[in-house]
Design a protein. Sequence first.
Length: 305
Amino acid sequence: MDSIFVTFEKALKKRFAIGAFNFYNLETLQAILEAGEITASPVICSVSESALQYMGIDATVMMFEALTEKKKYPAYLHLDHGKSFEVCKKAIDAGFDSVMIDGSALPFDENVKLTKRVVKYADKHGVFVEGEIGTLSGIEDNTIVDEKDSKYTNPQEAKKFLDLTKVNSLAVAIGTSHGAYKFSGDPKLRIDILSNIEKELGKFPIVLHGASTVDLKLIKQINARGGKIKNAKGVSVEDISEICKHHNVCKVNVDTDLRICFIASLRKNLKACPKEINPRFFFSDAKEEMKNLIITKIKLFQGKL
């Protein structure tokens, strides 16, 4: 099967984005992998630092390897938002295919220094490295950034960062944010900034974080069954389609949408089946709902919707 390096090259050449989906347990990982098989597509299985703490890094790797042993289409294990050299090194040593070193909250020179250190170590082990320049607002696991502290990626800084660090892909900030509350007003992405970044970087793989669309129907379902998710707002499907078809975005991260989908299913079935005590009943249904959502996302990122 293709290495993650080759898969990114194909995505860049053919103008599609690889879906990077976060998982937190067996069922959510199964949903990602099964969606990849059904669509005959590569998938990136992302795990955050907090998810690693929850599952354990050894158990995470063993579970991933067991489930991907007989897969026909490539799946890659990726560390999402690694905040230190130590956690990236741990992931690399454990057998991850890819790591993201997120020094975006640091001053530029410190971000460069940290990212270079990770790239140097990863290169020795054939591991793909994603860096980040610019800061997304919002809350997602251990990533908490106030809106006033967020900033768009400076295209010239992005070019300098790439030249100095030699990362394999670059996450940029163009107006998306983490979590279910992405916009206080009308959703608006700075496609102009993305275009200017591409002019500076040339043909180079860009990553979009905070790209969940936040299905309001599912939000209403959750709230109708005891949830309290108010004023949630995500990125439009049209914007995501435009970015994947006409720009150098080769990887799109999805986490919040998966959580919303999974929780909506759990709340629905817990309320509908109050006498059921078999956890597999609830988790299996939630997995199927999540798998179907991921299939839709993959098609969107490939320009097939």
